[in-house]
Ligand binder design. Structure first.
Ligand SMILES: Cc1cc2nc3c(=O)[nH]c(=O)nc-3n(C[C@H](O)[C@H](O)[C@H](O)COP(=O)(O)O)c2cc1C
Length: 393
C-alpha cells in the first residue's frame, strides 16, 4: 500500500527511526518531563542564579545566605526603596561606546561593581573563596575578603591572580593579634582595610536560630567565636569584643594600617563625618544586608545625605539590595563611587562555582552598561544627580 506522504518506510528504516527517536529522547532534557540541567549561559538575571543555588545547597546554607534580622523589614526595604528613584534619561549624546572604568583610592578598576566581604563561602561551595576570587578575577573585579573566610587569606590572595583585594576586619579581643592580622593582609597585597562596625552583638536571625546554625561547620570550627571574641554579655546576649570599642580604635588602626581604612556599616551622616574626622579614607554605607538591626534605614535612602555630609573629604561606597544594573546606576547618580554586592556572588558560587560568580558579575556589568547607554551616559564621569528624581513617599 502506498503511504499517504510517500513510500512506506521499510521495517529496517522504521527500526532505525525509532532508535534515533529514543536516542534523541535520552539526550534531550525536555523530553519525557526530565528537567534541563541549568548552565551559566542560560542565566538571564542574577535572580536566576539564586534559584539554581537554592536547588543545589542545603536549606541551612540557603537560609544563612538569604536571610535577614527578625522580620526582615530592612532586608526588604533595601530593595523596595530603589523604586522611589526614577531616571531622567537624556538622548542624542553619543553612547556608541560605554566605558565603565573608574579609579578608587589609588586603584584603577574596570567597573564600579565590587564583591562584598561575606563569611564562610565554604558553606555553599567546596572551593569557597578560592572559587569566588577566581570568578571575580575573571572580570578584574575588586573583592573584599571577610575575616571569617573559609580559606586562609594567603590561599585566597594566591588565587586572586593580581585582581584587587580589600580585607574586611572584625576585631577580636586580642588587639595585638588584630594588628598582626591587618599587617598580614597588607603584606599579602590587600589594598585597603574595611572595618565593620555594625555587628557588636550576634545577629538576631530567626531562620538561623530555627536551623540551629550552631551546627554549621562554621560554628563547629569555632572560627567565628574566635575571630569575634564572642562571649556571654550584657542582658545574656552573645556580645562581641567590638562592643567595647570606640572611635579611638579607628584612629589606632589608621595609624598602623599603611593602606586606606574604610568604615563599613555607616547609616548616618553623623557617623560618616566622625569616620572621616578619625582618619578613615571613606565609608561603606551598609546595614549588613539587613542582617543585624531590623528596622534600620535602607542604604539607598540615606546615601544622599551621607554623600552631602562627606563631600570631597572621602569616598562613599554602598551595599545592600543591589541586584540590577539600574540599582547600581541610581547609587552612582547620587554620588557613590562604587557598589558592593553581597548575596548575588554567593548565589553564583552555590549555583556554578567560579563560573557562577563570574556570570553574576558579567550580568551586572552588562546591565549597568545597558542602563547607562539607555540614559545617555557613555562614561561614569558624566553621571550626576540630574540623572534621577525622587518620587514622593
Ligand atoms: C552570608 C553573608 C555573610 C556576610 N558576612 C559578612 C562578613 O563576614 N563581614 C562583613 O563585614 N559583612 C558581611 N556580610 C555583609 C555584606 O558584606 C554586605 O554588607 C551585604 O551582603 C550587602 O547586601 P546584599 O547581600 O543585599 O548585597 C555578609 C552578608 C551575607 C549575605
Amino acid at each position: 500500500m502506498q503511504h499517504p506522504s510517500g513510500p512506506a518506510p521499510s521495517t529496517a528504516n522504521r527500526r532505525e527511526a525509532l532508535h534515533r527517536l529514543a536516542a534523541f529522547a535520552a539526550a534531550s532534557p525536555v523530553a519525557f518531563g526530565q528537567k534541563a540541567e541549568p548552565s551559566p549561559d542560560a542565566m538571564v538575571n542574577v535572580f536566576d542564579l539564586e534559584q539554581v543555588m537554592k536547588s543545589r545547597v542545603n536549606k541551612t546554607a540557603y537560609d544563612y545566605v538569604t536571610g535577614g534580622g527578625w522580620d526582615e523589614f530592612t532586608l526588604r526595604r533595601n530593595r523596595s526603596q530603589f523604586e522611589r528613584i526614577l531616571f531622567r534619561p537624556r538622548f542624542f549624546r553619543e553612547v556608541s561606546n560605554v566605558d565603565l572604568s573608574t579609579s578608587l583610592l589609588g586603584l584603577k578598576l574596570p567597573m564600579p561593581i565590587f564583591v562584598a566581604p561575606t563569611g564562610v563561602h565554604g558553606q555553599v561551595h567546596p572551593q569557597g573563596e578560592i572559587a569566588t576570587v577566581k570568578g571575580a578575577a575573571a572580570l578584574g573585579a575588586l573583592m573584599g575578603i571577610s575575616t571569617n573566610s573559609s580559606f586562609p587569606l594567603d590561599k585566597i590572595a594566591a588565587a586572586a591572580a593580581r585582581a584587587p583585594l580589600w580585607f574586611q576586619l572584625y576585631t577580636g579581643p586580642d588587639l595585638d593579634g588584630t594588628r598582626e592580622k591587618v599587617e598580614r593582609a597588607v603584606d599579602l597585597g590587600c589594598k585597603a582595610i574595611a572595618v565593620t562596625v555594625d555587628a557588636p552583638y550576634a545577629a538576631p536571625r530567626e531562620r538561623d536560630q530555627r536551623n540551629q546554625i550552631d551546627n554549621t561547620p562554621e560554628r563547629q570550627a569555632g572560627a567565628r567565636r574566635r575571630n569575634l571574641g564572642e562571649a556571654s554579655g550584657s542582658q545574656g546576649l552573645a556580645t562581641r569584643f567590638q562592643a567595647s570599642l570606640n572611635w579611638k580604635f579607628l584612629r589606632d588602626l589608621v595609624a598602623y594600617a599603611k593602606v586606606p581604612v574604610l568604615v563599613k556599616g555607616i547609616l548616618t551622616p553623623e557617623d560618616a563625618v566622625l569616620s572621616i574626622e578619625n582618619g578613615a579614607a571613606g565609608v561603606i554605607v551598609s546595614n549588613h544586608g539587613g542582617r543585624y538591626l531590623d528596622g534600620a534605614v535602607s542604604t539607598i535612602e540615606v546615601l544622599p545625605e551621607i554623600v552631602d555630609a562627606i563631600g570631597a573629604r572621602g569616598a562613599v561606597l554602598i551595599d545592600g539590595g543591589f541586584r540590577r544594573g539600574t540599582d547600581i546606576l541610581k547609587a552612582l547618580a547620587i554620588g557613590a563611587r562604587g557598589v558592593f554586592v553581597g548575596r548575588p556572588p554567593l548565589w553564583g558560587l552555590g549555583a556554578f562555582g567560579e563560573a557562577g560568580v563570574a556570570k553574576v558579575l558579567e550580568i551586572l556589568k552588562k546591565e549597568l552598561a545597558w542602563a547607562m547607554a539607555l540614559s545617555g551616559h557613555a562614561s561614569l564621569s558624566t553621571i550626576d544627580r540630574s540623572l534621577i528624581r525622587f518620587d514622593r513617599p
